[in-house]
Ligand binder design. Structure first.
Ligand code: MLC
Ligand code: AMP
Length: 494
């Protein structure tokens, strides 16, 4: 029926594809619902011709229907963060020139005014489900398929555009590397506007014909109950989630901890990624559950690039070797490839897994590639055949709980506060979040600024996870001769 270039989803099977609360849906049901939705989206058009269709919904059957429906109808899927502030949404929708927004009834009130002001049609999945599936367009693998917003060293997030070919490369590499099969059952509680949830869990699961349990959020007691029941054999999360599970164990009785740890022990695979997994956490998890975490390295622009081996030594503090099909090379500051071990350099990547472009931003796309290599901005070293991530070349990028945040974007919002005269944001090492957003601000003479009041003020102006965890008032920010804030000096002040 579908003319999509790849089997993103097993067809026609009565195996369970998705579990959402008490409901489960088999592959046949999900497929036919996607085709009816794609038909409704098309209306009397033959092909959406890369129309940008945004959607605002947590992990659910509706989410899967929308993502795949947009793909099958020839559109570009733009999944949005359901925790976004309205000003952030305004940027995403405007940047992508979105024309239709799909959201469930519970979110429509929140979105109506913004959609009206941007002339975007606001619809639900139900509104678009055709009675019967019709003819769907044939789609070339090189066509644009998805746009994800990522923060960077510029103020506003950029739209990372992947083609069907990119997505296929990102999925199939992991299907082989991590030995996915249709017997796998995996929980999905990560946000679905980032590749960790979208590609590594949801798309790999559906491509393999496995079962994906959908959770609208990281609900520890609910997920642990399933782990105790032995429901899952694969678990993928950011380091903060493993930290939070260990913190949760401090609040329950030892017998219960043991049953949860036994559930993890029986799994075939536990993966950590999206941020550095501290060796201490790696060891704690091994002591508690017997699981040796497989750490891997990835990025929105490239999917997964480097991974510890599925069969073989999974090394603490290292991310392993380049995945099959991914070309990876370290470069020094003069753009010379580094050929020896133990010399640090920037990770650059080539391969079908690499994104096409930053949407409507030719300059940023051009600047992020050198001689055909995508420059990640991450610095690594190879030791005994294993890559180890040393840090990032930019101090303006912060990784908090697996989210990549732009210090400049947060500073930009803080500077709109009436009492703030100057602001500099950095990430400070933190046991729970990896890095905690910390703001240094100068304030107007005679004014005061309490943390709680500033947090309330930030609420609604930025996603809650971007709000600084602490604020330090300074007389003046340290600056170099050019007047630029010297962020390393701020770290030293702490
Ligand atoms: C939540 N909070 C955070 C936060 N997440 N603060 C800082 N950083 C974060 N990441 C804050 C909220 O603002 C709130 O603050 C409080 O914590 C409770 O919110 P919550 O939503 O109930 O928290 P919780 O469910 O525990 O969320 C933690 C989390 C979440 C780890 C589950 O952050 C998360 O899902 N992170 C994963 C993001 C991800 O998927 N990244 C992958 C990007 S792709 P208050 O003060 O209001 O109480 C990528 C490529 C690759 O990186 O390699 O994979
Ligand atoms: P994002 O842009 O949200 O996709 O985040 C990608 C960034 O996350 C990378 O550029 C790295 O800085 C970081 N990252 C991902 N995986 C790891 C890891 N295992 N160790 C350290 N950093 C990581």
């Amino acid at each position: 029926m579908s003319e999509i270039p790849f089997p993103y989803l097993q067809n026609g099977s009565d195996r369970v594809a998705l579990v959402e609360g008490h409901n489960s849906y088999n592959y046949s049901e999900v497929n036919s619902r996607i085709n009816r939705f794609a038909t409704g989206l098309l209306g009397d058009q033959e092909d959406l011709q890369e129309e940008r269709i945004a959607f605002f919904m947590p992990a659910s059957l509706d989410y899967v229907t929308t993502m795949h429906g947009v793909w099958r109808a020839g559109g570009i899927a733009v999944p949005l963060n359901v925790a976004s502030a309205v000003s952030e949404l305004d940027h995403y929708l405007t940047c992508a020139s979105v024309t239709r927004m799909i959201a469930n009834a519970e979110y429509q009130d929140l979105l109506r005014e913004l959609c009206d002001s941007l002339n975007i049609q606001l619809l639900s999945v139900e509104d678009l489900l055709a009675e019967e599936a019709g003819r769907l367009p044939e789609i070339a693998a090189e066509r644009r398929a998805m746009m994800l917003f990522t923060s960077g060293t510029t103020n506003k997030p950029k739209g990372v555009v992947s083609t069907h070919k990119t997505i296929r490369a990102q999925i199939t590499t992991l299907i082989d590397a991590w030995a996915w099969t249709e017997e796998d059952v995996i929980p999905l509680f990560l946000p679905l506007h980032h590749i960790h949830g979208i590609i590594n869990i949801l798309s790999c699961g559906l491509w393999a014909g496995a079962t994906v349990h959908l959770f609208a959020k990281f609900d520890i007691p609910k997920i642990c109950a399933q782990i105790v029941a032995g429901t899952y054999n694969v678990f993928m999360a950011v380091p903060t989630i493993y930290v939070k599970l260990i913190q949760y164990f401090d609040t329950i009785d030892p017998a219960e901890i043991q049953t949860i740890c036994d559930g993890f022990k029986d799994m075939r695979l536990n993966i950590s990624g999206s941020a550095a997994c501290p060796v201490k956490l790696f060891n704690q998890w091994k002591d508690l559950t017997g699981q040796v975490l497989l750490e891997r390295y990835g990025m929105t622009e490239i999917g997964m690039g480097i991974s510890n081996p599925y069969d073989g030594e999974k090394r603490a503090g290292a991310v392993g070797q380049p995945l099959p099909g991914v070309e990876c090379q370290l470069f020094d500051e003069d753009d010379t490839p580094i050929t020896e071990e133990a010399i640090a350099g920037e990770i650059r990547i080539k391969g079908d897994n690499v994104f096409l472009e930053y949407w409507d931003n030719e300059a940023a796309t051009r600047e992020s590639f050198k001689d055909g290599w995508f420059c990640t901005g991450d610095v690594a070293v190879v030791e005994d055949g294993y890559y180890r991530i040393m840090g990032r070349s930019s101090v303006d990028i912060i990784k908090s709980g697996g989210y990549k945040l732009s210090a400049l974007e947060i500073e930009g919002v803080l500077l709109t506060h009436d009492d703030i005269t100057e602001a500099a944001v950095i990430g400070v090492e933190d046991d729970t979040w990896g890095e905690a957003v910390t703001a240094f601000v100068g304030i107007k003479d005679g004014s005061t600024l309490e943390y709680d009041a500033l947090k309330d003020w930030c609420d609604g102006r930025m996603s809650s996870y971007k709000i600084p965890k602490s604020i330090i008032i300074v007389e003046s920010l340290p600056r170099n001769a050019m007047g630029k804030v010297t962020k390393p000096a701020l770290k030293e002040m702490l």
